[in-house]
Design a protein around this ligand. Structure first.
Ligand code: NAD
Ligand code: WQD
Length: 362
């Protein structure tokens, strides 16, 4: 297959590009680079020995995207592009709705015009709201009690794509509801490179371990969980990437929906200890108030994907921590440039990222 990855220069997209190339597929990436990085794709090419076709376009601009993609062929689409920061979506709802909905509308128009039928969409466990069962299955209700525009945009996207598939019965759609993606490619060459202060737990822990941040704030230790801290289903990004290839292989007419998770819950304090063990670095933390909108426990029931897609996670949370640490320690400033500032004697060198955060001192 020749697969178009929207948002393919981002975290999950770049890992999926790598797995698709390794399995012999061709990859075209369309991305506006608002949160992705061309270097990630250079490294995917270096790791696979294969080339990626890269097209820079803002998918919210339908006309420009149509023109930019006019001479590019593809048979299937994986739609990752969008904005994903929950807190930011509360502050900038219109921007989030515009980007996350208009991108999908552009894509659906172009797919219809060109008779492209296969679509895999990046949805999220956030569509379930507060889980009513210990393990969340795909049959759990969605769109109840969602607390932020990001979550609503995923819910609305699922509806829009489903309606488009009803109108075009030749379409084969797979909606993938990711739980908490973490980790990096084991080479340490590609990984998660959040802009500014990380919102998500594992990148924050990794930046504390590498010395870029002082300490972690643990958001609440009074939840109804074994140690009082929030429990999540962390899924290794390589397992997640493989899940997309399984979905592309299994797609057939109509709409199918799958959880991509491990079925295993890990608390915040367990995550801290696991990261300390693989990195051999301390991760200082303080207990802070709960973060607004957070839930106690969110863990997938992953059985449907196992049964239908013949896919399941094969990597542990410890594997994800090891690979995240490998990435973070090899690339303390992510894909960004690092400048060396000499303070006092050359022996006392402080490395700073271009946004001027000290990342290591020696
Ligand atoms: P990411 O920000 O690393 O990747 C998204 C990519 O989309 C970026 O490269 C960005 O430049 C691009 N993009 C954004 N707006 C665009 C536009 N208008 N036109 C073209 N490209 C645009 O995020 P990610 O973690 O790789 O997430 C990928 C998808 O998975 C997103 O849709 C996200 O909502 C979803 N998802 C992510 C998580 C997570 O925790 N990372 C969990 C569930 C679902
Ligand atoms: C995990 C746990 C926090 C940071 C979010 C989105 C979700 C999905 C994945 C896109 C929670 C705790 C975190 C910190 C902490 N994204 N935590 N200190 O909130 O489960 O899910 O990302 O679809 O939609 O909501 O992930 O990594 O932010 O938090 O104590 O500095 O870590 O309270 O218990 P979350 P997270």
């Amino acid at each position: 297959m020749r697969v178009l990855l929207t948002g393919g220069a981002g975290y999950i997209g770049s890992h999926t590009a790598l797995v698709l190339l390794e399995q012999g597929h061709d990859v075209v990436v369309v991305d506006d680079l608002s949160n992705g990085n061309r270097i990630a794709l250079d490294r995917v090419e270096e790791l696979t020995g294969r080339s990626v076709t890269f097209v820079q376009a803002d998918l919210t601009n339908t006309t420009a995207t149509r023109v930019t993609l006019a001479n590019t062929n593809f048979d299937a689409v994986v739609h990752f592009a969008g904005l994903k920061a929950v807190g930011e979506s509360v502050e900038q709802p219109v921007r989030y709705y515009r980007t996350n909905l208009a991108s999908t509308l552009t894509l659906l128009d172009i797919m219809a015009e060109r008779q492209i039928n296969t679509l895999v969409f990046s949805s999220s466990a956030t569509v379930y709201g507060e889980p009513q069962t210990p393990l969340v299955a795909e049959t759990h209700h969605t769109g109840v009690g969602l607390t932020n525009p990001y979550g609503w945009s995923k819910y609305m996207n699922e509806q829009i794509i489903t309606d488009a598939a009803v109108a075009r019965p030749d379409m084969s759609v797979v909606l993938l509801r990711y739980f908490n993606p973490v980790g990096a490619h084991p080479s340490g060459r590609i990984g998660e490179d959040p802009a500014g202060i990380p919102n998500n737990l594992l990148p924050f822990i990794a930046q504390v371990a590498v010395g870029r941040r002082d300490k972690l704030s643990v958001f609440g230790d009074d939840y109804d969980t074994p140690d009082g801290t929030g429990v999540r289903d962390y899924i290794h990004v390589m397992d997640l990437a493989e899940g997309h290839v399984a979905a592309l292989n299994y797609a057939s007419c109509g709409v199918q929906t799958y959880n991509l998770g491990s079925g295993v819950g890990t608390s915040v304090l367990e995550a801290v200890r696991a990261f300390e063990a693989v990195s051999n670095r301390p991760v200082p933390y303080q207990i802070s108030p709960r973060r607004s909108g957070d839930l106690a426990t969110v863990v997938a029931d992953p059985r449907l994907a196992q049964e239908k897609l013949k896919w399941q996670t094969t990597r542990t949370f410890a594997d994800a921590c090891r690979d995240a640490w490998n990435w973070q320690s090899q690339n303390p400033a992510g894909y960004g440039e690092t400048v060396r500032v000499v303070i006092g004697s050359p022996a006392a060198t402080v490395e700073r990222t271009l946004d001027d955060k000290a990342i290591s001192t020696r």
